[in-house]
Design a protein around this ligand. Structure first.
Ligand code: PPS
Length: 290
């Protein structure tokens, strides 16, 4: 299934046809979650792979074997991608770990009444857009990004794949009452306090760890060990799908990298759009924008 240039429109949102079909997207919305499932939800480039690594390490009590032998997309497959059912069936990880970039607006009904544990990962949206921009340059299944200004406009308009960042974060974080178990954690928190983040996640998924296990989880999920681990750095993906000569998936792994890309004007414009789109949200302090 190459379909590198195909775009699937679904509920007004665009998706890469390389990984998604109308059927796979439709099935995601009807997925029968089990109460024991762990669902990692995020807008792209927010720390998804990092959380996949962290959660699967925590379930293995810090033992890196699985993380060094099974690719992240098989350990914690994406619900909406076409190979999901097969990958989930083949995975021996218990509890099941599932990933999604879908919005709560789309997935909420499937989660209603379920006690599946949802970990929502968010990141400073300015760093998200910079990371997403660079990823578009290497991913041949995504449209050409154009200039950074053009890309930024699309991000703020919500027309990139997976739709609006604003709708995504507001949807997932304002429905905590109807999703029984939701932990909201930020990339910035994982970065500034990785031990605290591992402990928070392990207690949320009810897998308490001793100190040594926490240290191992932190070690094997840090940027340099993930950058060197081919089960998680996407170098297993063939060059015609991801052009590794143009950059790495594990690019910088920093907070505040937007400052190397945004002009002062772009920053001011971003701030004004952020304020108007987020005025009905209490999240301002959570999503660091510095
Ligand atoms: S995707 O394609 O949506 O699954 O991408 P996602 O994994 O959400 O985000 C990729 C960015 O996360 C960075 N990353 C990390 N940063 C710090 N520490 C660790 N361990 C880590 N693992 C992944 C990755 O480098 C991408 O960010 P940028 O800013 O592009 O470097």
């Amino acid at each position: 299934m190459a379909r590198l240039d195909v775009i699937e429109m679904f509920h007004g949102i665009s998706f890469s046809g390389h990984l998604h079909t109308q059927e796979s997207l439709q099935s995601a919305l009807k997925f029968p979650f089990q109460d024991t499932d762990i669902l990692i939800a995020s807008y792209p480039k927010s720390g998804t792979t990092w959380m996949q690594q962290m959660v699967t390490l925590i379930s293995s009590r810090g033992d890196p074997h699985l993380n060094q032998t099974v690719p992240n997309w098989a350990r914690a497959p994406w619900l909406e991608q076409y190979y999901f059912a097969k990958a989930l069936e083949a995975s021996s990880i218990r509890p099941r770990v599932i990933t999604t970039h879908l919005s709560y607006q789309l997935l909420g009904p499937a989660l209603q009444g379920s006690k599946a544990k949802v970990i929502y990962v968010s990141r400073n949206p300015k760093d998200v857009v910079v990371s997403y921009y660079h990823f578009h340059k290497i991913a041949n299944f995504l449209p050409e990004p154009g200039t950074f200004q053009e890309f930024l406009n699309q991000f703020l308009e919500g027309t990139l794949h997976f739709g609006s960042w604003f709708d995504h974060i507001k949807g997932w974080t304002s429905h905590t009452a109807s999703v029984d178990n939701l932990l909201h954690i930020t990339y910035e928190e994982m970065s500034s306090d990785p031990h605290g983040a591992v402990k928070r996640v392990s207690s949320f998924i009810q897998c308490p760890l001793v100190e040594n296990e926490v240290n191992n989880c932190v070690h094997y999920s840090n940027f340099s060990s993930m950058k060197d681990n081919k089960m998680v750095n996407y170098t297993l993906v063939p060059g015609e799908i991801m052009d590794h000569s143009k950059g790495s998936f594990m690019r910088k792994g920093e907070t505040g990298d937007w400052k190397s890309m945004f002009t002062e004007e772009q920053n001011q414009y971003f701030e004004s759009i952020f304020k108007s789109k987020m005025q009905d949200s209490t999240l301002e302090s959570k999503s660091h924008r510095n």
